[in-house]
Design a protein around this ligand. Structure first.
Ligand SMILES: Cc1cc2nc3c(=O)[nH]c(=O)nc-3n(C[C@H](O)[C@H](O)[C@H](O)COP(=O)(O)OP(=O)(O)OC[C@H]3O[C@@H](n4cnc5c(N)ncnc54)[C@H](O)[C@@H]3O)c2cc1C
Length: 221
């Protein structure tokens, strides 16, 4: 839903990671308006969508703890089911999918836009190589390379975020979340003690250890 905020948002997004799922307050073009996207288990989401405005705002204030100032309702609340969707084909004749059009993943890990940027960088590479070889951009094998590389990355990220969402807010999260937190804490400690391991984690977060597309290596076309 849209919320009015007493202090200007200054173009800043606020994202709060709560036990039930992430809550995001995103800046809208009006400096005193934010979009609220609150990811929750289905039953709680339904309940929050249906309660009175003042009860809802009380729950929201408890969740945000004043991080975005004083908020007030500025439009109706809506419910949107979170789905995992991965296009079977990213390319077809004179057609190429990038970003959320190709893959819709859980917002929990904040990776959708990162994936979209990697799609764009890979597509630029694919088209650059095709041009250098004098191939037509829509030739049958040109976009197939883009699809092979990007579908693998999109699929791996979709699976990872889906599993993380199950671990931290799925039906068994009472058991799985504490174990995962322990694992993450141990991994964090190992990475702090071992710079090589930390560098490998950073490389993976930046798009994996495979050769990066030119745009991601600072190349300007
Ligand atoms: C709460 C939340 C938090 C997130 N946090 C992160 C994060 O921290 N890091 C991260 O990497 N990702 C994050 N994401 C995911 C990220 O926002 C998306 O993956 C990313 O915006 C996808 O970019 P896109 O260009 O593919 O699609 P979009 O950003 O959705 O852009 C599509 C555009 O097309 C326009 N459009 C739609 N239909 C039409 C039409 N028929 N004609 C013309 N225009 C049209 C839309 O208005 C929109 O402007 C988050 C998502 C959510 C919901």
């Amino acid at each position: 839903c849209v919320l009015a905020c007493d202090r200007p948002h200054g173009g800043q997004a606020v994202q709060i990671f709560l036990p039930d799922g992430p809550l995001a307050l995103l800046p809208l073009p009006d400096p005193h308006q934010r979009a609220l996207i609150w990811s929750l288990p289905h039953s709680r989401a339904r309940a929050l969508a249906e309660i009175e405005d003042d009860v809802f705002m009380h729950e929201l204030a408890r969740a945000t703890q004043g991080h975005a100032g004083t908020l007030a309702p500025d439009g109706p609340r809506g419910l949107q089911k979170l789905v995992l969707a991965l296009a079977e084909n990213y390319v077809d004749e004179r057609l190429c999918l990038l970003g959320d059009a190709a893959h819709i993943i859980h917002p929990l890990a904040g990776q959708g836009f990162n994936l979209a940027l990697r799609d764009a960088a890979q597509l630029a590479d694919t088209l650059f190589d095709a041009q250098a070889l004098g191939l037509a951009f829509d030739g049958p094998h040109v976009l197939a390379d883009y699809q092979a590389l990007r579908r693998a990355d999109g699929g791996a990220m979709a699976a990872t975020t889906h599993i993380l969402a199950e671990i931290f807010s799925g039906p068994q999260s009472r058991f799985t979340a504490p174990l995962a937190r322990l694992g993450l804490a141990l991994t964090g400690r190992m990475a702090r003690a071992n710079q090589g391991l930390a560098a490998r984690f950073r490389a993976q977060a930046n798009g994996g250890t495979a050769a990066l597309p030119r745009l991601m290596r600072g190349h300007r076309f």
